[in-house]
Structure formats: C-alpha cells, structure tokens
Design a protein around this ligand. Structure first.
Ligand code: 5GP
Length: 207
C-alpha cells in the first residue's frame, strides 16, 4: 500500500515528559493538512481526552479480536494497556495523499518500519535527565509509583533513540517545533518522493 501513495508518514516517539504532544499539536496547527493517526487503546480515557480524537478507546476483548483479524499494522502493550494502529485507517489516509503523524512507542516504530521503510522516524528527547525528572514530577495526576515507572520506562525508551532518522532535543518548545518543521519540509522535497512529479513535468515539456 505504501508504494502508490504520495503521503508522508511521520512516526514520532518520545519518552513521556519529552514534550511530544505539544510539538505535534503545534505542527498540526501550522500544517492543517497533516492528519493525526488516532490509535486504538484499551487504556481508559484521561480527563479531557475525547474518543475518536485522542484515541479510540476500546475493550480488551475488542482489541484482541482486532489483533486476531489482523486489523492492526502494529500494536504493543505499554504500561499494561494495549495500543495499536489500524491498517485500514492508514491505507485510507495514504490513498488520499495525506501526510500523517503517528505517535508510537519505540517498539511500535520499529515494527512499523518493516512495513513502511520510507517513513520518517523522529525521536523527541528531553534535553537532560534533570529536566526529564522535573517534567515528570510536575505531572499532577501521577503518583510516586507511576512516576518511578515512567522514569524507568523513559530511560528504557531513550536507549532506542539511536535507531531513529532524526533526534530533536526539546529544550525550548519553539526551537523544537522549528526543528520538526524543518525535517518535515526537507523530507517533502526529497527527490525520491518527487520523481513522479518530475516525470510528469518532463512529459509535458516533451509534448
Ligand atoms: P499514553 O497512554 O501516555 O497516551 O501513551 C503511552 C505510550 O503509548 C506512548 O509511548 C505512545 O507513543 C504509545 N502509543 C500510542 N498509540 C500507540 C500505537 O498505536 N501503537 C504503539 N505501538 N504505541 C502507541
């Protein structure tokens, strides 16, 4: 499904506390044509989260039935809950030439790369461990145990950073957003992605 499509897959991973959500939100404000891939999850919604916008919140049984049917192009268990990307959702978006942001954990990103090697894999990192700890402890809804788990998980996720195409150290949000924007715009101009347009132009010139 990937070969015929003109859309760009931007796969974004980050440990919790790196500021991924804020960066993606600003990028999507800047580029309203970029579509966010809404994942399926068995995690209950957090306050303010909307079904169908942030996630599609489904039961464990429904998720596992989806896995059995092959509905997910990638899925993983994160913090005890299941998260997955619907293959048909991505196919539909790419067929419409949409550029897509996917927010995946590092394992999900590695799995997706097997299907979409032409995707752009971006890792967002906190600038330092000190800053990461500060940001995580500011998250009021997390208790001490969750904080420790999130920190351990964050460090685990950081180990995967070496695998990605691009790394953005999010020290200052506006700078990180500019860096993301630069990656996106430069990737849009890659020759491999534009060859079909060039060929069309050449045909017109030859006529
Ligand atoms: P949260 O529950 O904080 O929204 O997300 C927890 C983790 O699940 C994050 O690392 C996020 O990137 C990851 N995640 C969200 N959706 C998906 C998905 O569809 N697939 C995979 N593999 N990970 C996901």
């Amino acid at each position: 499904m990937s070969e015929n499509s003109g859309g760009l897959l931007l796969v974004v991973s980050a440990p919790s506390g790196a500021g991924k959500t804020s960066i993606c939100r600003d990028i999507m404000k800047m580029f309203p044509d970029i579509v966010y891939s809404v994942s399926y999850t068995t995690r209950p919604p957090r306050p303010g989260e909307v079904d169908g916008r942030d996630y599609r919140f489904i039961s464990d049984e429904a998720f596992r039935a989806g896995v059995a049917k092959g509905d997910f192009i990638e899925w993983n268990e994160v913090y005890g809950y299941l998260y997955g990307t619907s293959g048909s959702d991505i196919k539909k978006l790419l067929e419409k030439d949409n550029d897509i942001i996917l927010d995946l954990d590092t394992k999900g990103a590695v799995n997706l790369k097997k299907i979409f090697p032409e995707g752009i894999y971006i890792f967002i990192s906190p600038p330092s461990l000190k800053e990461l700890k500060k940001r995580l402890s500011k998250r009021g809804s997390d208790n001490a145990k969750t904080l420790k788990t999130r920190l351990d998980n964050a460090l685990e996720e950081m180990k995967a950073a070496f695998w990605y195409d691009y790394i953005i150290f999010n020290e200052k949000l506006p700078v990180a957003v500019e860096q993301f924007k630069s990656v996106y715009l430069a990737e849009k101009c890659r020759r491999e992605r534009l060859e079909h347009k060039l060929e069309k132009l050449m045909k017109e010139l030859e006529e």
